[in-house]
Design a binder for this molecule. Sequence first.
Ligand code: HEM
Length: 407
Amino acid sequence: MVLDVDLDDLLSPEAIDHPMRFYRRLRETAPVYWNPRWNGWVVTGHREVAQVFLNHAKLSSDRFAGPFGASLSGEASQYQQLFSFLSKFFVWKDQPYHTRVRSLVNKAFTPRSVEVLRPRVQELVKELVEPLRGGTEVDFLAQFAFTLPVVVIAEFLGVPPEGRYQMREWSDDLGAVIFVRGNDADRMRKGEQAMNELVEFLRPVVAARRAHPRDDLLSRMVQAVDGDDVLTDDEVIANAILMVFAGHETTMNLLANSMVVFDRFPGEWRRLRADPSLARTAADEMLRYDGPIRAMARWATEPLEIGGEQIAEGDRVLLVQAAANHDPASFADPERLDIGRRPNRHTTFGQGIHICLGAPLARLEAEEAFLALSRAFPRFTVHEQELHYNPTVVSRSLTQLHITFHE
Ligand code: HEM
């Protein structure tokens, strides 16, 4: 099929609703491509994307400096609380702040502290499966995909139960800012309000955990020490918000996208039912095949070469993970879903110093969700005739997903 595609329009219906074929065209045209409309380089080759992730020395994550900072300077004075806390998110910083905060948070985020959550995740998933029974149409995004990650991250952090459901709304409003979704002024105003409310809600909780630590992530963050260094209350609050946000929207979209992919490959659903030990590799294959993140951005702090192209100081670079994950140079038969795929070097969690801190938690949630759903339902029907995705360059999120599960 010959497609009439504008390769510069990253928000065209083709790019948003059919990223696999859009980015294949782009990758085949040039794996490192200057996009005048986005005003930066769009990197789609697997090798090149990995190279950029690993080169933190020359490619900055700092959203508040360089070309990204310049475009924010007008808004920062208008939405002070929002920017004050967003600028403490360590994901958007370089060394030394990133290294300092990440090493303090790492101490609180050990694989053991994640694995102990498994029984609770199993219990939650079991509760969430029950209302899906009965053979009627359900809103899968609202009833399952939205709820599981927000409850898990809230409990892990130690957020009081009365705030848990409110966090869904705050997280959604912040998501609109971070993933650049919706009307501009409205999005920023709602983001500022959500940030105000979140900070107001979390400040007394952090103070209480300093006074009386419990067995939760907030307590471990306030207690984390590295020599003389500790996190300030504002740093704990900001990075707890980062976890809520990072742990919520991404995992929700992973669960929803995965059901759509399983619907296209019912043989793989049956394969999982027959062999539940495939849940772990299935989670990674879903992250590769149609993960919740399309792309991440960086900017060059000095001139460098990527895939034979000369990148100038100050240039923006978009790493399209969704394209890299389907690069035939790195994945055999990339358009085929293989829930047992090994090795699977997908880029969905990033690489290098910023590699996703919550990857073990996201995998755990996906595995347990796939296991419980496939055990309960031999088949399911996706109702959308046509699937639509939110128009953003960076995330891959469905606008709605209605499913009937069959027992
Ligand atoms: C399917 C779900 C998830 C995906 C696809 C995902 C993806 C990513 C990616 C690509 C990065 C790297 C960002 C960059 O290089 O600029 C990242 C960083 C991060 N993620 Fe996740 N994430 C997921 C779930 C989670 C969860 C559940 C948490 C829970 C705490 C989390 C917390 C973080 C944090 C704190 C960072 C910043 C790490 C750093 O900058 O050093 N993520 N994530």
